[in-house]
Write a protein that binds this ligand. Structure first.
Ligand code: SF4
Ligand code: SF4
Length: 76
């Protein structure tokens, strides 16, 4: 694993931009409501994550943190 992401499920609005932007197919939308009533994004296949941060750049809610393998945060 070269990277990992953390998704704040309460900030997520289920827009799928992260799902569509991830070149590795890491993220899926699960049918689990958050407190705002949205289905939310989950890093289902984390082992494929390269830490490229495309998902975080696309997220309109700034709900995704990206971490590099050395545990250094790459994106807010
Ligand atoms: S950091 Fe890159 S590889 Fe990892 S989940 Fe986000 S878009 Fe996919
Ligand atoms: S782009 Fe952000 S708000 Fe949209 S589904 Fe992904 S984490 Fe949720």
């Amino acid at each position: 694993m070269k990277g990992k992401i953390v998704i704040d499920k309460q900030m997520c609005k289920g827009c799928k931009y992260c799902v569509m932007s991830c070149p590795k197919g890491v993220i899926v939308i699960k049918e689990q409501f958050n407190e705002r009533g949205y289905f939310t994004a989950h890093p289902e296949h984390m082992g494929k994550c390269t830490g490229c941060a495309l998902c975080a750049q696309m997220c309109p809610e700034l709900a995704i943190e990206v971490w590099a393998e050395n545990n250094r945060k790459k994106k807010a």
